[in-house]
Design a binder for this molecule. Structure first.
Ligand SMILES: Nc1ncnc2c1ncn2[C@@H]1O[C@H](COP(=O)(O)OP(=O)(O)OP(=O)(O)O)[C@@H](O)[C@H]1O
Length: 256
């Protein structure tokens, strides 16, 4: 363990006594993009929530930059980790800009009055996600993909060290998926540690490492080429797939 990591160590969690995360150890460094894949119900979102400090492990511990995550105050944690849930609640009566400002909450002092640094971070987050053109609109008036980008902007506005994203590309069209991947690459360069739950192995192949989860455990962890193998995908999904390599990257084809 070093001081630059977000680390789950032998973490366990279950709902009403039914284990869904079973002694998982997984570390994420700053400046690294780790993609978490696996079938529905594998425990991916639960693991993400544990690593975001939103659930308390029932066994093991999560460590953030050398300290137990549970020992951080919520605002300290919020300055370091931003979490974008799969189906996030969003305020219906705030404008886009006001929603992005909410991402600054962990940085505001007792008075809660935003200053220049907050305005700069909000502007930067809106530019990165291309939502500036909707800044005065209310969220319910946006499309699913536009709203997704606003919620990402809110997460980015915190200028977190670690960004945990649960199926972030769900509502994005091809163009915005490509822009989103580019954005992640830029954040990674800037030293942000990124953990994304993804279903599409062809998006995951752009990550530095892939963790493949099934039935509450990490079955495989390594480079996309190591993990996204025909054998593993066929075994876990019970489906015929082919894996081809294009420019050194694995491309997964499903069906005949
Ligand atoms: N709040 C909850 N109460 C009870 N069971 C839950 C709760 N949240 C999740 N579960 C169950 O825990 C298991 C793991 O769920 P989780 O959402 O972590 O999986 P996932 O890998 O993210 O799935 P998906 O790909 O479908 O989003 C599932 O069987 C789910 O039904």
């Amino acid at each position: 363990m070093n001081g630059l990591e977000l680390l789950a160590q032998q973490v366990r969690y279950g709902y009403r006594g039914r284990p869904v995360v079973r002694d998982v150890s997984l570390g994420l460094r700053r400046g690294e993009w780790l993609a978490l894949l696996g079938p529905n119900g594998a425990g991916k979102s639960t693991l993400l929530r544990l690593m975001a400090g939103l659930l308390r492990p029932q066994g093991g511990a999560v460590w953030l930059e050398g300290r137990r995550l549970l020992d951080y105050r919520s605002w300290e944690r919020g300055q370091r980790i931003a979490f974008l849930p799969q189906m996030g609640q969003y305020p219906e009566d705030l404008t886009v800009e006001e929603v992005v400002y909410l991402g600054r909450t962990p940085h505001l002092g007792l008075l809660g009055r935003p200053g220049l640094a907050d305005a700069e971070a909000v502007l930067w987050a809106m530019e990165q996600t291309g939502v500036g053109e909707f800044r005065d609109r209310l969220l319910p008036t946006l499309s699913g993909g536009e709203r997704q980008r606003v919620l990402l902007a809110r997460a980015l506005a915190a200028r977190p060290h670690f960004l945990l994203l649960d199926e972030p590309t769900n509502h994005l069209d091809l163009h915005h998926q490509a822009e989103f991947l580019c954005l992640l690459a830029g954040l990674r360069e800037a030293g942000v540690g990124i953990l994304t739950v993804l279903h599409d192995p062809n998006l995951a192949q752009q990550a530095d490492r892939v963790a493949f989860m099934a039935e509450g455990q990490v079955l495989a962890l390594g480079s996309p080429t190591e993990v996204l193998s025909q054998g593993l995908l066929q075994r876990v999904y019970g489906l015929y797939v082919r894996v081809r390599h294009v420019e050194g990257r694995p491309v997964v084809l499903i069906g005949g």
